[in-house]
Design a protein around this ligand. Structure first.
Ligand code: THU
Length: 158
């Protein structure tokens, strides 16, 4: 028996002001996009913006539904839109924000992590993740793998 462990590195910023101008601009775009969330049931608005390699920013927000499971998280709305419009372009980074003040930044749910890693693996380049909620600290992860270790992916099916 071997005892193994994982070490996950990420950056925590005390303030958005400490981030570079490109990152601050993406966070501002994500925050401004929160008004487009459709979250009448949870009242929990989430915004996600994808920075594509061609410079385009594709935005998404959570979209809820009276039949609850039919709704979709902001991250999946954003990346599905991005890959529908630019199937051959890589996603460089995704910024996720909420207006609520939470103890820590809101990080993607399990289903969103699975969707994100599919694209990260197929594009063969890490997708950087930046998360911020309300006036919380900001978290930055280099790769989706960092928040979904031991992921299942299509390779297993071959
Ligand atoms: N939600 C997201 O859009 N992204 C997350 O990372 C966490 C949760 C949404 C789903 C639902 O509309 C609301 O937040 C409450 O769960």
């Amino acid at each position: 028996m071997n005892k193994k462990s994982l070490n996950i590195e990420y950056l925590e910023y005390d303030s958005v002001k400490l981030m570079n101008s490109e990152e601050r601009d993406l966070i501002t775009q994500a925050d401004e996009n929160l008004k487009n969330a459709y979250a009448p049931y949870s009242k929990f608005k989430v915004s996600a913006v994808c920075q594509m390699e061609n410079g385009v920013v594709v935005k998404g927000t959570n979209q809820e539904n009276g039949a609850y499971p039919s709704g979709l998280c902001a991250e999946r709305v954003a990346i599905f839109a991005a890959k529908s419009q630019f199937p051959d372009k890589k996603v460089d980074k995704i910024v996720i924000t909420t207006e609520q003040t939470t103890l820590s930044p809101v990080s993607p749910c399990g289903a969103c992590r699975q969707v994100l890693i599919e694209y990260e693996l197929t594009q063969n380049q890490p997708i950087e993740l930046i998360m911020k909620s309300g006036d919380s600290k900001v978290w930055k992860f280099k790769s989706v793998k960092d928040i979904l270790p031991f992921a299942f992916d299509g390779e297993f099916l071959k």
